[in-house]
Design a protein around this ligand. Structure first.
Ligand code: BGC
Length: 393
């Protein structure tokens, strides 16, 4: 009998809770979980919940990269690697129960090292853009690495997507997971403070992939962590324009030509931006200059976990719901994919071959006093959750 006995230490408890930034819940007590997986599990032929760790290649300097395969009792499978704490593949059943990989990515590490538009990656220290890579905090102006013309994007030249994370797998009664850790040093990419980050991926038997983020700092710093998976619930058979999307957002943050928010919160009603009722992604995309790449202002306001998005792919019947405690969600339709990348299974990723729904604080928040605050201070804990719930109809 294979036994997995692993301890999940859930963050630093008992220190200040940061209400301005995230849904700040009472810290859960550390859980000691023991899960025996094997003969005592379900009957023959039915998948068994388990975790597997394998090597996934090496960085050019020889640093090894590991990949964890999480499988739940329905066969749903998520593979996550230590480079960028990146979701590499995600096998989701269609309405007939057939599993297929529904995220964009590469079969081997090499692709991620050469050219990845953040496929599946954990993005930080601050996801999305900071105008001109500058912000002022407590009277001091900070200059960040710029990697998107004159702007800072997704943490800079070497963001959290391009570093090796420590990793520890664990199992609970009804879920398996991996806890990733990374210490972002004071001054990294221009950011102030040593930031200790953990990202926990948890796959449950009720077909939820939950991502829990935590961070603490020793100097005030902006923080905005998210996951940059590109989904395609046709499993790569065609583009994502035939997916039907609902967003629980009456407003969005309009942007300038460099995709920096103007600071306004505009109503979506009566425009091609409106997904308050289900709409095919492709129905009005031609009316949106460059395609969708916008932050939606969630009606929940953030703070408590609430439904943010629902996606339905009519042919396969696959449905994904995203729930989060974040105030915003970036809806991006893979506008910059141009067919130059050949990914998993030899698929050519053309424009609109995947979409992202990145739960987040609004882009360029440190430069907009009217946006929900994204500054974490010493003594506070940044803590946030996003749940991807899979089903069919
Ligand atoms: C941004 C896009 C960007 C993409 C890939 C998204 O989060 O909103 O503008 O091109 O990430 O970097």
């Amino acid at each position: 009998m294979r036994k997995s006995l692993l301890v999940l230490a859930l963050g630093v408890l008992g220190i200040g809770c940061f209400h301005g930034l995230v849904g700040c819940k009472k810290a859960e007590p550390p859980k000691e979980s023991q899960e025996s997986i094997g003969p005592s599990g379900p009957a023959k032929g039915i998948p068994t919940m388990n975790i597997k760790k394998d090597g996934f290649g090496k960085l050019p300097d020889g640093t090894p990269v590991d990949i964890f395969t999480l499988t739940n009792r329905n066969g749903l499978k998520a593979r996550i690697m230590t480079y960028g704490a990146t979701l590499v593949s995600l096998e989701v059943p269609d309405r007939s129960g057939a599993l297929a990989d529904c995220v964009l990515g590469y079969e081997s590490l090499d692709g991620y090292l050469k050219a990845s538009p953040y496929f599946g990656a954990t993005v930080g220290r601050v996801g999305n853009r900071i105008a001109k890579g500058k912000f002022t905090l407590d009277g001091k102006t900070y200059t960040l690495a710029t990697n998107d013309k004159q702007n800072h994007l997704h943490g800079g030249l070497k963001g959290f997507d391009k570093v090796i994370w420590s990793a520890e797998s664990f199992s609970e009664a009804d879920a398996v997971g991996v806890k990733f850790g990374y210490l972002s040093k004071d001054g990294e990419e221009g950011y102030p403070g040593n930031l200790a980050v953990t990202v926990v991926y948890l796959l449950s038997n009720d077909n939820e992939l939950r991502i829990n983020y935590e961070a603490t700092t020793d100097k005030a710093t902006p923080v905005n962590l998210t996951n940059h998976s590109y989904f395609n619930f046709t499993a790569g058979a065609r583009d994502i324009l035939g997916h039907e999307l609902t967003l629980t957002a009456d407003r969005y943050t309009p942007v300038d030509k460099g995709l920096i928010p103007t600071g306004k919160l505009d109503p979506v009603k009566g425009t091609a931006m409106d997904f308050t009722a289900p709409f095919l992604i492709g129905a009005r995309i031609a009316k949106v200059d460059g395609g969708y790449d916008h932050n939606y202002v969630l009606n929940s306001g953030g703070g408590a976990v609430a439904l943010a998005a629902r996606i339905y792919e009519p042919e396969s019947g696959r449905v994904m719901e995203i729930l989060t405690d974040q105030p915003g969600i970036q809806f991006y339709t893979g506008n910059f994919l141009d067919g130059t990348i050949t990914g998993t299974g030899g698929r050519v990723y053309k424009q609109h071959w995947g979409f992202c729904l990145e739960t987040q604080h609004f882009p360029d928040s440190p430069n907009h006093a009217n946006f929900p605050g994204s500054i974490l201070r010493p003594g506070q804990v940044y803590r946030t959750t996003t749940i991807h719930k899979f089903s069919t109809k």
